[in-house]
Ligand binder design. Sequence first.
Ligand code: NDP
Ligand code: 2IT
Length: 448
Amino acid sequence: MFKSKYVAKVYEDLCKKNEGEKEFLQAALEILESLEPYVMKNPKIEKEKILERFVEPERFVSFRVCWIDDNHEIQVNKGYRVQYNSAIGPYKGGLRFHPSVNASIIKFLGLEQTLKNSLTSLPMGGGKGGSDFNPKGKSDREVMAFCQAFMTELYRHIGPNTDVPAGDIGVGGREVGYLYGQYKRIQNESTGVLTGKGLTFGGSLARTEATGYGLCYFTQEALKTLKHTDFKDKTVVVSGSGNVAIYAAQKATELGAKVVAMSDSNGCVYDENGIDLKLVKEIKEVRRGRIKEYLDVHKDAKYYDNSKQIWQIKCDIALPCATQNELDLDDAKTLVKNGVIAVCEGANMPSTLEAAKYFIENKVAYGPAKAANAGGVATSGLEMCQNSMRYSWTFAEVDAKLKEIMVNIFKNTYATAVEFGNEYDTLTGANIAGFKKVCEAMLAEGVF
Ligand code: NDP
Ligand code: 2IT
């Protein structure tokens, strides 16, 4: 599987040290495989043990979070923060609240984030955190109690120049507000330590929309370069119906496409007339309900009791925006058989490695997560910038910067893919382009 003995050994040692951490080892394998040609050209990487240092997080904290639910019962959850790599800037990355969260998931996300943040061209290192707390079905008071308890430990590890968390699955505006409030109370300072804040207390316009919009700006550029076309009149499926999915569907629609399907962890909805996004927003953002409720209004739409069914729907463009490993090799084969021309990832590692390779082999315009969904963290970087300046840009200003960043990420990824021999291999392109900067900074900063 590896051509370089050095890279093979790094991966083998990593497997031994992190036994059973499936998602982490999957992300590491994908990255190490695609870095190989670059590593073989640059002997300094082996000599200075850069890969060994790069795959090992600088710091990993795991902590207890105790809080009291509405029945006056004490609840105990696990909390995590990985501070993966600070070579190019303060640790930066989201917090995920989901029952599936464990060390493997946090580490895979942190490793991905390090390369993603490098690709944005902004000075941000990689970090990630979260908890196995499940916000679903909890009252606002319970969510607040949990967030306050979580921050009561996390605050000592973060800071505006140290580590800047944000949202991810299960952490949106409500949670960021509670987390920020607690940080401010403890530290007695109004530094913008989290991003994705509300607009009345330092949040950036367009941060809510940024990941989904950015994904479409990236996809648009990929369609133009690799397929000489655009979103106009294309049929699109978007998995998930959370923050990333909703704004991806919105921008794709604005750019002239018809979004025909969306999903959640219970199932998916197919509406051949085009998804009624206003209704999806009402169900998901206001009611915090299930995608199935879509059929209460649109009785002619179809509901499938299985979220994976979404990949069976014929489409030109697929935007996986739910979660890791939601799209496997069989799904990739179905999409290709049905004529898909672009698959760009809003979620983190939604395609298995086999699925991603299948897209590349079949000349699909494939947008790997760390490049295609970097618009969220890039706009978080713009929020940090506005907070430092004590200033705020208009929606149009932030959106224009976001677009420029996404176009440049595509160009950088594509140019690197071409340099390493295959214009469709954006996986290699994104990994090498992101790694180059981190690697140079690590070499320059000396051993630590
Ligand atoms: P949300 O919590 O807003 O939404 C998550 C969505 O994915 C929900 O519709 C959820 O359904 C669905 N989902 C979760 N798990 C599964 C599953 N196992 N099968 C099917 N659907 C599932 O999160 P976001 O939209 O913020 O995040 C979505 C993805 O995008 C994640 O991979 C995240 O890491 C990534 N991302 C997010 C960024 C951001 O700025 N928010 C930036 C870059 C990437 P249900 O309600 O049923 O759980
Ligand atoms: O995966 C991601 O890039 C995010 N969840 C956003 C991170 C951030 O710091 O805005």
